[in-house]
Design a protein. Structure first.
Length: 255
């Protein structure tokens, strides 16, 4: 979904990146249960499987639950967890108030892990948990972590949570647009319950089913597909991107 343009001969050629841009910091947001953490974990597994070191800061779920989830997903994806787990470093801020409430303490811990383990990728799940009761400071806190990760030359995902009143289709999350305005790009995940006759007619899905979508809201570092794509969450808890929404609907019409 992200791409770059290279000149071959005298013609520009668009080439997929096969992932998020190198050294970018991307905001991954969406309504609850839209698949944000699943995508973040899958990103960690694929990077670790390729031999890259990943630093995973878990703010919501204790580390033992994260390891269980990563192990199950790696088995489903046919990966050797014993091998790739050596490439994943976890900082558990979920049960450590100092790390959650004091950005400097967390960044000092992250700096040690990055330096000693030589990580190249960082995931914070969720950045929202670091300003949960102080949303007025969201922009300041996000900016600190953004600048910190740029200094250490890391590619990063910030998982951010939406409040119930915020539009599912936008990059806005808790703290307003603080995250989206600062980071290099935003990915928005959404889910729609098929509950009306209009939904059934439009999406060609049965009543009560769920349509899941993913969209790049913007990226200042590289070109990207602006269309909304349909994805599914597999039985193994992994993300499988299917097709652009318009193609998904068109295929349903001819079936």
């Amino acid at each position: 979904m992200f791409w770059k343009v290279e000149i071959e001969g005298d013609k520009p050629v668009k080439k997929p990146l096969g992932g998020i841009p190198h050294l970018s910091i991307i905001n991954l947001t969406g309504v609850p249960d839209s698949g944000k953490s699943l995508l973040a974990e899958q990103f960690a597994l694929y990077q670790a499987n390729e031999g890259y070191k990943v630093l995973f800061i878990t703010v919501e779920s204790p580390a033992n639950f994260l390891y269980t989830s990563l192990k199950a997903k790696s088995a489903y994806l046919g990966m050797d967890f014993d091998r790739i787990s050596k490439n994943i470093v976890v900082i558990d801020a979920s049960e450590n108030p100092e790390l959650r409430e004091d950005p400097r303490a967390l960044m000092d811990t992250m700096a040690y892990a990055i330096r000693e383990k030589k990580t190249t990728n960082v995931i914070i799940d969720s950045i929202t948990g670091l300003y949960e009761h102080k949303e007025m400071m969201a922009r300041q806190i996000v900016r600190q972590f953004f600048n910190f990760l740029k200094k250490w030359k890391q590619t990063a995902l910030f998982v951010s949570q939406k409040r119930s009143a915020q539009g599912a289709e936008t990059a806005e999350a808790a703290g307003g647009l603080a995250v989206a305005h600062i980071v290099d790009g935003s990915i928005v995940m959404d889910k729609k319950l098929i509950e009306t006759r209009w939904d059934i007619t439009t999406f060609k899905l049965p009543l009560g089913s769920v349509l899941r979508t993913i969209r790049i809201d913007g990226c200042r570092l590289t070109g990207h597909d602006t269309r909304t794509w349909v994805f599914e969450i597999t039985e193994g808890g992994t993300i499988n991107i299917i097709s652009p929404l318009e193609e998904f609907i068109r295929r349903k019409e001819v079936m």
